[in-house]
Structures are given as C-alpha cells and as structure tokens.
Design a protein around this ligand. Structure first.
Ligand SMILES: Cc1cc2nc3c(=O)[nH]c(=O)nc-3n(C[C@H](O)[C@H](O)[C@H](O)COP(=O)(O)O)c2cc1C
Length: 339
C-alpha cells in the first residue's frame, strides 16, 4: 500500500497542477542589477561549504522518492545529476525500506554518486509509530548517507487517508536522535514552512540545519486532493490550498530566529535567480524537488540538462550582481518591489 502511494505521488506530482495556490513571496524582492560588475563571467565561483562538505553550487536536490522500481530509477537519475554537478542530494522517505528491507536497495545511490553529500530521509512522526532511534541510524548507514533529514508533515498526514497524526512528544525524540546520531540531523517541512518558533525549538534540540520548505511550490493538499478517494476528503483538503508560510517569509524569519544556523530554502524554487534571492535573504543552500521530477522520470542526462540551466542562471545572476563568491551575497543585494 505504501508503495502504491509512492507511485501515485510520482504520477500526480509529474502530471497534475499541484502548485500551491499562493506564491513563495520571493517576487516581493528584486536583485539590484549591477551594470558595472568589474569582473569576468568566468570569475564567478559557485562553490560553497555546507555542514563540512564542499558543494559545487548551493543547490540541494530535495527528497522525493524511493521504495518502488520506478522510484529507484528516479533516485539513480537524480544522484547522477548531483554527482556530475557536485550537488547535495536527498533520497525520499525510507520508511518502506525499513519496513521491507528488500526495498532498501531503491534508495542506494552510492554507486552513481560516490562523492555526493547524501541525505537519508524519514518522517519524524514515525518516531511515534515504532521507528526507533536505532532504525533511524540504520536508514543512514544502509545507504552510506552523510546526514539524516527528518521531515515534519502534520498537514499531509492529517489530510491523507490513514495518515499518522500522533505528533505528541516528538521534540524529545528528535533531541535524543540529535545527541546519538554520528552525523548531522537536518529537519525539514514538506511545503508548508517552518515558523520562527519551531526553528528556535529545533535549534535548541540540537539539529544541525533546517530546511524551511515553505509554501509556494508543491502543495501536498493539492496532491492529496487528486489522490483521496472520497469527495468529502477532497473537500476537506480544498480549504488548505493556500495554507502555509511562504518560503521567503519562512526563510527571513528563521534567519532572524537562528542567526548562525545553516538554513536550506526550498518550496517553489524554480530558477537560478530564485536561488540567488534565497542566498541573499540568508539561506546557505536552496533546494528543488518537483521542478526536477519530469526530467528525473526520463533520464540522468535530462536531469543534468535541467540542473545545468539552473546553475547557469545562478552564475549569470551572480555576475550581474558583481559578486564572485556565494558568501558575498547579502540582503544588500535585494530591494523590495513597489506594490
Ligand atoms: C513527488 C514528491 C515526493 C516527495 N517526497 C518527499 C519525501 O519522501 N520526504 C521529504 O522529506 N520530502 C518529500 N517531498 C517534499 C520535497 O522534498 C520538498 O520539500 C517540497 O516538495 C517543496 O519543494 P518543491 O516546491 O521544489 O517541490 C516530496 C516532493 C515531491 C514533489
């Protein structure tokens, strides 16, 4: 059943309109075009460091899938694109792999991506449904990951038929996991955003980084509205079309709440200019999921081609800001558009 759900998610996310009814908030900002950059385009260096790793560019290929043969191919294609561009990559939720060990192979990408900063992935709520801390650590070691990303998805679970909705007492378990894990633990949302209060709580619990995964991109209420069986469930999901903290707001407020914490900005990031805006607003890295899905369902080459376009956009945007290094990007490169 869980495998069927994963297949449906891939089908719906790649063929239906599942964009949030609300924007990311990034269009409120524009970058100060610099007509006199005083540098060469080839002087732009997109390399950056994140949780001790050196990345070819500040772009995370965000968690999407695993657990089925098609999902395995998607992971392999995404991983190859990550390897050839020096990007970090996260597999999708490994719950199926923990429940059915034979399917853990659908998350193994090290043969295609030996050097990539690789993230394992699990729903934090599973800590209340029998997944132990040891099992979380197994999810990391089974695929040779460098970090573990835990996702928080209360709205998705609440809308989804048979969802896991017991989110009580999770922070203590996250704290224990952070203390015991031999690798960084990252906490993310899945498209409704992390508020400043939750960001502070997670930082205090010891998480190494937060992915704000705000609204404006893939909307899980829309995905579930396409998937749910009954009209009643679809009507319930419809009220949440514009739910969530837009990515720009989540990012700005998380940066204020946690000035030193590594932050990933994701949720509706579609271009290199979006990425550069997020970096200027305080993100260390930006993440993309669904914009890469159609290509990842096709081939590694198609995925690399899409990633190549986005990275060219990043380089050109940095050039037209007169910036050679990612670490130079700051709020001074932005202004608020007039209404
Ligand atoms: C098909 C699909 C499957 C996803 N599965 C997962 C998952 O298993 N674990 C997770 O943490 N996030 C998952 N996500 C959420 C993404 O990682 C990301 O946080 C969210 O989609 C926002 O990014 P986007 O607007 O670029 O798609 C999934 C997204 C998509 C599109």
């Amino acid at each position: 059943m869980l495998s069927d759900r994963k297949e449906e998610h891939l089908r719906i996310a790649s063929t239906r309109d599942v964009r949030s009814g609300r924007g990311t908030g990034l269009d409120r900002y524009a970058l100060w075009h610099c007509a006199l950059p005083e540098m060469r385009l080839e002087d732009v260096n997109t390399e950056t460091s994140f949780l001790g790793a050196t990345l070819g560019a500040p772009l995370l290929i965000s968690a999407m899938t695993g657990g089925t043969p098609r999902a395995s191919q998607v992971n392999a294609n995404l991983a190859q694109a990550a390897q050839s561009n020096g990007l970090p990559f996260s597999v999708g939720s490994q719950r199926i792999g923990l429940e059915q060990p034979a399917l853990m192979s659908t998350y193994r990408v090290r043969e295609f991506a030996p050097d990539v900063f690789l993230m394992a992935n699990l729903g934090a709520v599973q800590l209340n449904y029998g997944v132990t801390i040891d099992a979380c650590l197994r999810a990391v070691s089974e695929i040779g990951a460098d970090a573990l990303a835990l996702h928080l998805n209360p709205l998705q679970e609440a809308i989804q038929p048979q969802g896991n909705t017991d989110f009580a007492g999770l922070i203590g378990k996250i704290r224990e996991l952070c203390a015991r894990a031999p690798c960084p633990v990252i906490v993310k949302e899945v498209g409704w955003g992390i508020s400043p209060a939750v960001a502070r709580t997670l930082q205090e619990a010891g998480v190494a980084a937060i992915d704000v995964a705000g609204s404006g991109g893939t909307s899980w209420s829309r995905v579930e509205a396409h998937r749910v069986a009954s009209e009643e469930d679809a009507s319930v999901a419809a009220a949440f079309d514009d739910w969530g903290i837009p990515t720009a707001t989540a990012l700005i407020r998380a940066r204020e709440a946690c000035p030193q914490l590594p932050l990933i900005a994701s949720g509706g990031i579609e271009s290199g200019t979006d990425i550069v805006k997020c970096l200027a607003l305080g993100a260390n890295v930006a993440g993309m999921a669904r914009p890469l899905l159609a290509a990842a369902l096709e081939s590694a080459e198609a995925t690399s081609a899409v990633v190549g376009i986005v990275l060219r956009q990043v380089r050109i945007a940095m050039f037209c800001l007169g910036v050679t290094r990612v670490s130079e990007l700051s709020p001074e490169h932005l202004y608020q558009r007039e209404a």
